[in-house]
Design a protein around this ligand. Structure first.
Ligand SMILES: [Zn+2]
Length: 208
């Protein structure tokens, strides 16, 4: 599993306290611009925007706001409970209203999506966040808090993304559990053998 403490950190000045709130929501974004553009926007105090993480196209991850602070990516209350993740777009659309994620089905890369899923899985586990609370900035629930952005756009494939999260979970079985799974398999094999022996002895198997 991805070690969250080993992610490179480059502080943004754009954050505030979460107050009494804890992270319970993960919000996916696609910024309008390159990695350098996104980072410089997040480091600029007058932009008043930020996210906790930026996932680049090669799968590298940069953290810009600490998780116990609220980053500024989804207005008011969602910021207090949210973790914001930006995914760098294929094109530099700086200065435009729409990014490539709105118009190009291939705006992201495989490495980027996998790195994002690895990151999100580690965050879900750390903060006990269910998969239902991993959403796009375009999620209708966020509208009530005056969010109007449409990122990460119509080509964000939630089905495939959730499959990636599921695979992360499957790969994250602790060693002790793997051993007990092996034992369970052996037990079930021996139960099967017992049933076969009983069958051979002419007794009908039960629970069929
Ligand atoms: Zn957004």
């Amino acid at each position: 599993m991805l070690d969250l403490t080993k992610i490179k950190f480059d502080a943004s000045p754009n954050f505030s306290t979460r107050g009494a709130h804890k992270p319970e929501l993960i919000i996916m974004h696609c910024p309008v611009g390159t990695l350098q553009g996104t980072v410089s926007t997040f480091k600029n105090p007058s932009s008043r925007v930020s996210a906790h993480y930026v996932v680049d196209r090669d799968g590298s991850i940069l953290q810009m706001v600490k998780l116990d602070q609220a980053a500024w990516h989804a207005m008011n209350y969602p910021n207090l409970i949210g973790i914001g993740i930006e995914h760098v777009d294929r094109y530099d659309y700086s200065g435009r209203l729409m990014g490539g994620c709105m118009v190009d089905p291939n705006w992201f890369t495989e490495a980027q999506m996998q790195a994002s899923a690895n990151l999100v899985y580690a965050l879900m586990k750390q903060f006990n966040i269910p998969v239902e609370k991993v959403m796009g900035h375009n999620d209708p629930w966020l509208r009530q808090f005056h969010n109007t952005h449409q990122d990460p756009g119509p080509y964000w494939n939630w089905y495939q993304y959730r499959l990636r999260l599921e695979k992360c979970k499957q790969a994250d079985v602790p060693e002790a559990q793997q051993t007990s799974n092996d034992t369970a398999e052996k037990t079930s094999n021996s139960t099967e053998e017992l049933v076969n022996i009983k069958r051979k002895a002419g007794r009908p198997p039960r629970n069929k």
